[in-house]
Structure formats: C-alpha cells, structure tokens
Design a protein around this ligand. Sequence first.
Ligand SMILES: Cc1ncc(COP(=O)(O)O)c(C=O)c1O
Length: 400
Amino acid sequence: MRDRTGRECLYVPSCRFGLYLALRHWCRPGGRVLMSPVNDDVIFFVVLAAGLRPVQAPLNARDGSIDPAAVPDASWRSLSAVLTTNLYGNPDPAPALRDRCDTLGIPLIEDAAHAIGSQLPDGRPVGDYGDASVFSLSKHAGAKAGGFLTVADPARRSALEEARDDLLLPSRALSELAYALRPYAEASVRGLRLVRAARAVQRLLGLAEREAIRMPLRAAELERAVTGAPALGLFHSWVRVDMHTYRMAPGAARLRRSARLLDRLDERLAAHLDGTRRLLDSPWGAPGPGSGGSRGPGFVQPLFRVPLLVADRDAAIAALARRRITTGYLYDPPLDDYASALFTDPSPDPAPARWFARHALPADPLKAKQVLAVLRTDGIRPAEGAAAGLVGPYRDGTGG
Ligand SMILES: Cc1ncc(COP(=O)(O)O)c(C=O)c1O
C-alpha cells in the first residue's frame, strides 16, 4: 500500500476503525464534521463515537458526490473536519474540499473504502488529498477484513500506531478459524442453493442485524451513548454491524489471505473497470458516476458498485433477488432522515440526496452481464432523465 499510495500506511482491522482513529487524532471532542448523508450508517456511528456531531452535506443528484458550492458559509465556519465518502468509487471533489479545509485550517479525511482504484479528474488517486485517507480491504480486494490508514505527514504515523494498538482487541483463535473457513462454508451454501435457508436461520438466531436497509437506530440508547462519547466501546453494537471483528488484531490467517488478495488487486480492478463500462453503457447508466469529468467522456473508473438509476429501485432489487443476485450497499433514506436533528445537522438541501438514494441501484460490476440481462428481461425502467444526463431531484416529482 505504501508503493500504491506513495504515503506512510498503517494496517487497521477495518476501514471504520481507521476512520475512528483518524477522527480521534485530528478532531477535538465536541467538533462538527461535514459528511455525506448517502453513506453507510456504520460511518455515522463512528463519527458519533469519536465525540463529534455529523453535519450532513448537500449532494449532487447525478452521482451522490458532495456539492461543496451548496454548503452554506455559516456551516463551513462551524466545522472541525470534512469527511468524504467517494460513494461507490465515484470521487468527491477533493481539490475544492482541500482548498476549503486549508482556508479554514481543518483536516480533510478521505474515506476511500469504495475507491481504491479511483482517480480524480486531475489524475491524482482518491486518497491523495486527505490529511488521512482510509482504505478497506473488504471491498474491491474482497478480503472481508482489514484496511489501511494512510497519512500525508509521515511524522504522524507513530502516534496513530500507538492509538491503534491501545484500541485493538486481541485476536481470538475461534474467530481466526471462522475467518479461514468462511469462503468454503459460503461456497457450499451457494453450491447447495441454500442461500435463502441460511439467511432465515440467521434471522431465527438473531444474527441478522439489518431487517431493513438501515439498522435500527435505538434512539434512547444512542442518546445515552452520545453523552459518554468519545468512546468506541459505548458504540460497539452499532459500529460492529456487518463486521464483528472490526477492532480485532488480525491473526496469521487473516494477514495471509489479505496479502494474497492485495497482490491480485490490479486484476480485480481491471475486472471492475470492464464491468463498470458495460453498466454505464446501458440505459440505466448515468453519465456522472464513474466517468472522468474533465478527463474526457471516455474515462471510466473501476467502480466498486455502479449506481444504476432506475425508476423503481425496489422492483429492480426484487427482480435480481429472484435470480439469486443480492443487492447490497444501499444507503436509503439519507442519514438526516434516518437519524433526525437529535443526532445530526440536516442537509440544507436534502432533495438531491433523497432522489439519488431512492433511485440508485448499486450494481456489482463483476456481475454486469447477469444484472443487465435481468433488468432487460423484467422491463426495469431507467429513472426519468437518467440516460439523457438530465438527472435532477425534481424530474420525477419524488425529489422534494
Ligand atoms: C462508504 C463506506 N465507508 C467505510 C466502510 C467501512 O468499511 P469496513 O467494513 O472495512 O470497516 C463501508 C462499509 O461498507 C462503506 O460503505
């Protein structure tokens, strides 16, 4: 990762853990962080756990990126950090955000979980602008564990390493064994076509933490936790969702598999690029996501997911599910609608985020052919205006 990013790197057991470390390192408790409302709720709880107040940014409806020009001046002046999302691999406008942060003297932290292979219009990679940038090995690399915190100032690495080691929980033999066996268990479940049965058993055992897209907020408990922040432990039940080992020291099996998968990352990125191209060329592909802006119309990113824009997102998900294609990484409703003003400052203009969250169907580029075949066969309609590049929050009357 040092070779790849040209920066000092620190291994972390998950991207969420790395983001917590960065927020704790750069921001005093009680501060306010600009973030995207179309984001994993886990990251929202990480910001709260760091003792910080999330401030929801207005978004660009075309691709879900942060729209810096639409952030009111009073909001800018109140901030202690900016956290990007680079949703599905589509870069947030880091140069503009960097300029703002420099003017205000606050840090820019890049969440590069979805964007390990993405570039900005100026050709610089995502992760190159942040004081800290955090990558996840669970996404393109497919390691289901691990990540890297990279820092602009190498002198900061040792303090961050110490903070990491203080927060890590010891590795457990059983968890390492489960990690080593997981790919075989998953392949057998798939081979025996038991995916639905396995999910039902998980629900029965109370192991499924998300019945809906967003996890239950549990407002009264969350209010108590917020009073005790910063404290990762108080937020454990929210932050661990989808990855219970998020703060566990890695054992040998985890590190070996991560290293092997990282060695193959360029191959994976090439496959993501190929699938992204196919998906963006379809009637559901909007010109915004994945395309390179000023790098020209032919420039495409190896997106982690391609947010196809469909009129009826739930119908599309159901059609895919009937063919055993699961859709993940949905972030609807936006975080300000999910958490209310009790826990976050709402976006000054929530309509574009609502529109994008409702119409985006995150398609896996590695399954591009299958996904497109299902959408065609089932007559899934593009969101109005998507194919023509006319995406806007008001075009289908659902934006506001
Ligand atoms: C935008 C975003 N950032 C960060 C994360 C956290 O990554 P990790 O699972 O490695 O903690 C996720 C997880 O899906 C994510 O979607």
